[in-house]
Write a new protein. Structure first.
Length: 83
């Protein structure tokens, strides 16, 4: 595997190719946004850019994915605010 930005031709997020069997929850990939794959969940949805804050609540009964809108934009960068 080689780390690439989303815009690199032919690139895919590693969550798409991770086959587990463990399920991995991760962040720090705001450019790809919410990633819901069979064995991987990417939670970085760009809250600091004014988008959403995402979370997964894990309990003995299962898991629940939640999102809330950001109250403000805290960083200006490559990522555009999603409408």
């Amino acid at each position: 595997f080689r780390a690439t930005e989303k815009s690199a031709e032919g690139s895919v997020g590693w969550a798409e190719v991770w086959r587990g069997p463990e399920h991995c929850y991760f962040g720090h990939d705001a450019m790809r946004g919410l990633q819901l794959e069979k064995h991987a969940t990417g939670l970085d949805t760009g809250c600091c850019y004014g988008n959403q804050l995402s979370a997964v609540v894990l309990t003995a009964a299962g898991c629940e994915q939640l999102q809330v809108d950001a109250l403000a934009e805290h960083s200006v960068g490559k990522m555009k605010k999603k409408k």
